[in-house]
Write a protein that binds this ligand. Structure first.
Ligand code: FE
Length: 279
């Protein structure tokens, strides 16, 4: 097994989204599609009361993508055009496949401790599935498998670790999505197929990724030069490990839509205007 080396470390940028929500964004949708099949990664952490009242993401559409919300603290309330509604609480995951279209609202709320902490990942859909039926996979914290070994604790959302499978399945990108925590002095290794895009979002502590020190917060992008990932930590580290198969298709991102051609984007806008977006 050969360890993948680091290609770059992206420093998240503070951005405003929705009705004025402050986010740390490390990846955003671009036609260059460098992290194919991953389009966007946002980290929301509004832990300073001086930031004022929380605003959220009022009704907005999505087409052609999947949005994955993982909360660690606080709650996100959601409702959508299909009649679904609910809350994503600490440790819960919502894997939403927009397919041809949904309209939804996402409203974060602080926990009793005053904190809100979570991540949203956007995963692309292949051309053949962009106009598929919308689908939700809602995963309660208690049903996410926790794999513990030699000082490493893994909360497994999607993918496989030591014969254990994550609850989110049948996703076109065959993704790996897990929350990995290393206690001081531990080592984590995990096989990753060659050709799969591999990212690690480091959000607590500091670790050595293939021998290179990475401090939180930062998005580590790996080269496709090995078949496993190796992380060691003297002080302890926690990160989201994200990997998946690229689709290698042209993309045209436009706000909450990611399609393959300009015509498909124009169609999405026309469908929204004519009331045919959600059928
Ligand atoms: Fe959304």
């Amino acid at each position: 097994m050969k360890n993948r080396t680091i290609s770059q470390i992206i420093e998240p940028q503070l951005v405003m989204e929705g009705a004025g929500v402050l986010l740390r964004r490390s990846i955003s949708p671009r036609a260059s599609n460098e992290q194919d099949p991953f389009l966007l990664f946002d980290h929301f952490a509004f832990n300073n009361p001086l930031e004022g009242p929380l605003r959220g993401f009022p009704m907005h559409p999505h087409r052609g993508i999947e949005t994955v919300t993982y909360m660690l603290d606080g709650v996100t309330s959601h409702r959508d055009s299909l009649g679904n509604s609910g809350e994503i609480g600490p440790g819960d995951v919502q894997w939403m496949t927009s397919g041809r279209g949904i309209l939804h609202e996402e409203m974060p709320r602080r926990s009793t401790s005053g904190n809100i902490y979570g991540f949203q990942l956007w995963v692309n859909l292949p051309a053949a599935q962009k106009m598929s039926q919308p689908r939700y996979q809602e995963v309660n914290a208690s049903t996410i498998p926790v794999v513990e070994k030699d000082g490493v604790t893994i909360r497994l959302v999607a993918g496989e670790v030591n014969g254990v499978n994550g609850p989110v399945t049948e996703i076109a990108a065959s993704p790996l999505y897990m929350d990995v925590k290393l206690t001081p002095g531990s080592t984590f290794t995990h096989p990753i197929p060659r050709g799969h895009t591999t990212l690690a979002y480091v959000f607590e502590g500091v670790g050595e990724f293939s021998g290179e020190a990475v401090e939180s917060v930062g998005m580590v992008v790996f080269n496709d030069d090995g078949d496993q990932l190796e992380v060691k930590s003297d002080a302890g580290v926690r990160f989201m490990l994200i990997a998946g198969a690229p689709f290698k298709e042209p993309i045209v991102p436009y706000g909450p839509f990611v399609m393959n051609t300009v015509e498909e984007i124009q169609q999405a806008i026309a469908d929204l205007r004519s009331g045919n977006f959600v059928k």
